[in-house]
Design a protein around this ligand. Structure first.
Ligand SMILES: [Zn+2]
Length: 77
C-alpha cells in the first residue's frame, strides 16, 4: 500500500469526528499530499476507502488520482 488516508479534526478535536480526510504517502504519514501537516496520532484508514463517502480533501483527491492513475478495482487496469 503506497498511500493511506488520515483524518483532519475540526475545532472540537477528535471528539467531533474527522473534519475531512487527507491522503498521505505511506513513507511519510504526517504530510498530506496537499501540504497540510497531519497529527501523528490522527486516525488512519486504508487508501481503498477513498471515494466511499468520506469527506475528502479535494486537493489531495486530485493529487492522489495523479499519483495513482488506476484505482483499486478499476476494470480497465
Ligand atoms: Zn489534503
Amino acid at each position: 500500500m503506497t498511500h493511506q488516508l488520515r483524518a483532519e479534526y475540526g475545532p472540537a478535536g477528535r471528539s467531533g469526528g474527522a473534519k475531512q480526510w487527507h491522503v498521505v504517502r505511506s513513507a511519510n504519514l504526517v504530510a498530506a499530499l496537499c501540504g497540510r501537516d497531519i497529527e501523528p496520532d490522527a486516525e488512519t484508514k486504508p487508501a481503498e476507502e477513498w471515494g466511499t463517502g468520506l469527506r475528502a480533501c479535494q486537493q489531495c483527491g486530485s493529487l492522489y488520482m495523479h499519483e495513482v492513475p488506476h484505482m483499486p478495482g478499476d476494470p480497465h487496469r
